[in-house]
Design a protein around this ligand. Sequence first.
Ligand SMILES: O=C(O)CCC(=O)C(=O)O
Ligand SMILES: [Fe+2]
Length: 386
Amino acid sequence: MRLSALLKPVGSIFKHTCRRYLNAAVQPGLALNTDPVLPIIDFSSFANQNETNDFYPRDVIEKLANACEHVGFFYAIGHGVPNELLLRTLSITRQLFDLDDTIKNQYASRLFTDPSKIGHTRGGFGRGYQSLGENVTNTKRDRHEGFDIYRELERDHPLRLQYDNTNVINQTLPDYRELAIGWNPWPKELPLFKETIAEYTTAMLQAGERVMRGIALSLGLPVDFFQSTFNDSFWVIRCIRYPSVDASESKSPEYGHGCGEHSDYGWLTFVNQDLDSRNCLHVRTNDTSNATYVSADPIVVEEQIALTCNIGDIISFITKNKYRSTRHCVVSPAKPARSRVSTPFFFEPNLDVKLQINENASQCYYGEYLINKVRTNFNYYNDEAK
Ligand SMILES: O=C(O)CCC(=O)C(=O)O
Ligand SMILES: [Fe+2]
């Protein structure tokens, strides 16, 4: 069954102002945002898949459809990821960035990546540490440090074995399976980082599956419609630290925001962010040149930390823009606030799933789409930031 055949095109304008929701009881000691502006969706009823569509609550499905169509962002609660794990992931990430620069630079992604050769080597790409300003968005340096982690494929994974039997060096087109062969440069100075990320990944993949059941139902599809798209997900985690700035720093010509305005290229993003982060993640509320934003500050609802979730470009493509891939940016925290740490989890398809990514192109593997995005990112860095 082709998904596009089931969906009717709908415009992509932000159609109504986000409603305001007040959150309920808050665990002592956890930060509180009393006035969140994005919809809050409870996914606890999508925890299991062994039911017929009728089993799932209509009102939640409608609320989710509305959020995806009109906002593109929502707060997910009932996602199943324990608060303690979310907070521990942020804490170990802060410890990672607190390591000396000389240590962090031993794990620099530029050491493992030759931008001119991505897709033609046997070296993997993109994983590891990026220093302040190394990422570029809209021709300006982003004011953050990052550590990118990609799914590692098992030694006997079919894509790895296929790649091993291919002479990619002589291929004319970049081989997306190069993504499949890399290993993350886990810092040996902080062994708990790898362990914590492994736990975080397992829990976030389950949350992703939960949310995708809701999204399938919200599109009028069978609850398990997307399961085979994700059962071997090539997920990505970005660990990020945004330093706080004063007024003079924030006007630098070379640097833009903590992260410049963009939409996410992939499927579905979950942001786990410091609970004291205020007014940093900005969500664009219109498509006109006079941009307006709402702030997606962290919220805690009935003692659970919500995950800020947004639709990426691929869901938007395959739903013919019915679901919005909303632009957003991260504004640096203002001093005297401390730096902000976030660990967005990008819930992505299997590398070898075929997708119709846009109307003019024929179907391609998700891996092909991804490798082109990554190559463009590195080209931006080379051409425009230097
Ligand atoms: O740090 C965040 O809150 C979000 C970062 C982001 O938008 C991204 O990495 O795509
Ligand atoms: Fe993003």
